[in-house]
Design a protein around this ligand. Structure first.
Ligand SMILES: Nc1ncnc2c1ncn2[C@@H]1O[C@H](COP(=O)(O)OP(=O)(O)OP(=O)(O)O)[C@@H](O)[C@H]1O
Ligand SMILES: [Mg+2]
Length: 312
């Protein structure tokens, strides 16, 4: 295993006497898209601001490609491209002029070819010679991504990058990020939207009230799908007799509010054929039986509920 691109160990941030980040550790590997998912005020921005040293952490270690940001900040940060606050542009300059101005401030020389390569990657070719003040939110966001990419960073960090984007813009952003990740760039991204994280990330951490409460590995989540099936939804008639039998057999059920005579039961999948035979022998009509796969959404709600939190 190669060294992680970003390593956070026991990060703590206290403001006054208020603990904002309470002992958070995680790492991001090469070519990985890693998410920070959490409700408003959870601490996502604080974690990101600590990494790029927009604020000082109280304790803990942050290492970028083996360089600790406390001792080797300049070496560490040269590998990072970030959009933390809304990226600032000169509105009366064109997108290209903005990028060139930004490139001229870089420590390394950025070629014109590089600038044009990035413009194509973020699909701003058509608008790049227009003034930024005429840009839509989505175009500004793409210019922000271009700016973050200009010095060819190994690690990209985005705080709520898709805020305010329409579904098309979000999809576009996802595809760009996946392309970059496939080229070996690592990406840390925050959001309060679960579905977005599911679609975008390889792994994500759930952050609640300054704590990391769960890490979801999308590859593993998909691989073990079968093990998650433990609820079945059955349409049984007649209703009253079905209720009576399930009760007699000690099978707990919940009736579906949205459809008459549809039962949710928790059951071992391999025991279902036996149950079907029993129901049939009592003259119950079985119209449907379906495995009710628990989605990550359900599990996320469970996780946040058991921690007493709620999502915005
Ligand atoms: N300078 C500050 N002084 C006091 N409290 C602060 C300060 N900055 C942040 N906080 C508090 O720290 C907590 C975490 O804030 P943070 O902005 O990191 O959350 P977040 O997960 O990014 O939320 P959001 O989804 O709203 O962006 C919040 O309770 C916030 O009120
Ligand atoms: Mg935030």
């Amino acid at each position: 295993m190669t060294q992680p691109v970003l390593e956070i160990n026991h990060l703590v941030k206290t403001i006054g006497s208020k603990p904002i980040i309470k002992d958070i550790s995680f790492s991001v590997n090469e070519g990985e898209i890693f998410g920070l998912l959490g409700p408003n005020g959870a601490g996502k921005t604080t974690i990101i601001r600590s990494i790029v040293k927009l604020i000082s952490k109280t304790s803990g270690d942050i290492t970028i490609l083996g360089k600790n940001i406390d001792n080797f900040y300049t070496e560490a940060i040269q590998h990072v491209g970030a959009i933390v606050e809304n990226p600032e542009f000169y509105p009366y300059m064109t997108g290209l002029q903005n990028l060139k101005t930004f490139a001229s401030m870089s420590r390394t020389k950025i070629s014109n070819e590089r600038i044009h390569e990035i413009i194509q990657l973020v699909h701003l070719d058509k608008a790049i010679n227009n003034k930024v003040k005429t840009y839509s939110l989505g175009m500004r966001q793409r210019l922000g991504v271009a700016q973050a990419l200009i010095h060819n960073p190994k690690l990209l960090i985005f705080d709520e990058p898709t805020n305010g984007l329409d579904p098309e813009g979000m999809k576009e952003f996802r595809l760009q990020m996946k392309t970059l990740a496939s080229q070996g760039v690592s990406i840390l991204v925050s959001s309060h939207l679960l579905t977005e994280m599911e679609l975008l990330c390889d792994r994500f951490a759930i952050i609640e009230r300054g704590e990391l409460t769960h890490i979801a590995d999308m590859k593993v989540e998909n691989a073990t799908e079968n093990e998650l099936i433990h609820t079945f939804r059955m349409h049984l008639e007649p209703l009253e007799l079905s209720k009576q039998l399930l009760t007699d057999w000690n099978i707990d059920y919940i009736l579906d509010d949205n459809a008459a005579a549809h039962f949710f039961i928790k059951y071992i999948p391999s025991d279902i054929p036996e149950l079907v035979k029993k129901l049939a022998s009592e003259d119950i009509s079985i119209f449907t039986i379906e495995a009710h796969t628990k989605t990550l959404e359900d599990r996320f709600l469970e996780i946040t509920k058991s921690n007493g939190g709620s999502m915005a």
